[in-house]
Design a protein around this ligand. Structure first.
Ligand SMILES: Cc1cc2nc3c(=O)[nH]c(=O)nc-3n(C[C@H](O)[C@H](O)[C@H](O)COP(=O)(O)OP(=O)(O)OC[C@H]3O[C@@H](n4cnc5c(N)ncnc54)[C@H](O)[C@@H]3O)c2cc1C
Length: 314
């Protein structure tokens, strides 16, 4: 992999780090995928605002957190990846609410809330993503979802302006959140790109010690049921209404099915694990095969939960 040395922006007041030809396998939990043309890790929120202001209007942009729900195809990504993790890290109490920036990982958020004698944030500990990714996905587990907790969201427009949004500005459903441009007509915003910069979250007061115990129990439960020792991206397919993708996949005898270095996990059928330097193509082909088999044998069309981006290899 030809990865050029990091180049520091100079002269324009930027303080972040711009790199070229970045292997996305280093920034996704599947440890697979192509190369991004450029990646910018801002120094902080103000730096990201300046970067966006300076950027040419036609530059393609994608924001990522921990890449824990992401497959970047082997042909790579054109444009610039904005890396929020390790960059937008601020978190503090703001009155009764927790304010956290988009790059804060779920585990840190859960622990911070418990340390401030709040409960109801424990589920974030089981989701190995950032707050930005969890807002984008409406991530959740054990009956709680990210947007249940949001009081206000802070977003960055494509040209670096900071704006506040309320939960009513979004259409939120299972593993989905998108901007409502015209709430009367319910038209989703497909035109204006914006990124989550942070959010104010509301949790229940008290029982911080119980919350700490809950986090411990949740993590133990997860490591007993998920193949966390191998690179994966959590649940690959969304659960169809009233059923579980894992149950359907297992009922079709697909556990252990392998294409190249990608395998349907023996431990959890809705996980695909990277067992031997899988390419993104291996993973995507395995997803297609699982989907086709489940459709043929059960009539259910599974929908991917993971986001697939980038170009196919020519
Ligand atoms: C072991 C394991 C267990 C998991 N368990 C769960 C679970 O229980 N529940 C669950 O819901 N998910 C689960 N996931 C999936 C994943 O952790 C979540 O979807 C998480 O929200 C992704 O966060 P991320 O920061 O890694 O986002 P990424 O994977 O980096 O990005 C995901 C999507 O969000 C967008 N995005 C990221 N940051 C921003 C931003 N700041 N602004 C706008 N868009 C942004 C990206 O462009 C992309 O479309 C699991 C994953 C793993 C590996």
């Amino acid at each position: 992999m030809n990865m050029s040395a990091p180049t520091q922006f100079i002269g324009q007041g930027l303080r972040g780090e711009l790199r070229h030809d970045v292997a996305m396998s280093r920034h996704t939990s599947w440890r697979a995928g192509g190369v991004a043309q450029r990646m910018y890790r801002p120094a902080d929120l103000a730096d990201l605002q300046l970067f966006l202001r300076l950027l040419p209007e036609d530059e393609l942009l994608v924001a990522i957190g921990l890449g824990s729900n992401l497959l970047v195809r082997d042909g790579g990504l054109r444009g610039t990846v904005l890396l929020m993790h390790g960059a937008l890290n601020e978190m503090h109490m703001d009155g009764d609410h927790v304010y956290a920036q988009a790059g804060v990982p779920g585990a840190k958020l859960a622990r911070f809330a418990a340390a401030n004698d709040l409960h109801g944030a424990g589920f974030f500990a089981g989701i190995p993503g950032t707050l930005g990714g969890m807002l984008a996905m409406n991530a959740g587990c054990y009956g709680s979802e990210t947007w249940d907790k949001v009081v206000r969201a802070q977003v960055l427009t494509r040209n670096g302006e900071l704006q506040l949004r309320t939960p009513q500005d979004y259409q939120v459903s299972y593993r989905h959140a998108s901007r409502v441009r015209d709430s009367e007509c319910g038209i989703e915003d497909a035109v204006e790109q914006e990124f989550f910069a942070g959010a104010w979250l509301r949790f229940n007061q008290g029982e911080g010690d119980v919350a700490k115990q809950d986090i411990k129990a949740l993590l133990e439960k997860r490591s007993a049921s998920q193949p966390l020792h191998l690179p994966n991206a959590g649940s690959v397919f969304r659960n169809p209404q009233g059923d579980h993708a894992a149950r359907l996949i297992e009922s079709c005898g697909l556990k252990g099915l392998r294409i190249g270095g990608a395998q349907v996990s023996q431990k959890h059928a809705n996980f695909i694990v990277n067992i031997a330097n899988a390419s993104a193509t291996d993973i995507e082909n395995l997803m297609l095969q699982v989907r086709a088999t489940v459709a043929e044998k059960t009539g259910v069309q599974l929908q991917p939960e993971v986001k697939i981006i980038g170009e196919k290899l020519a």
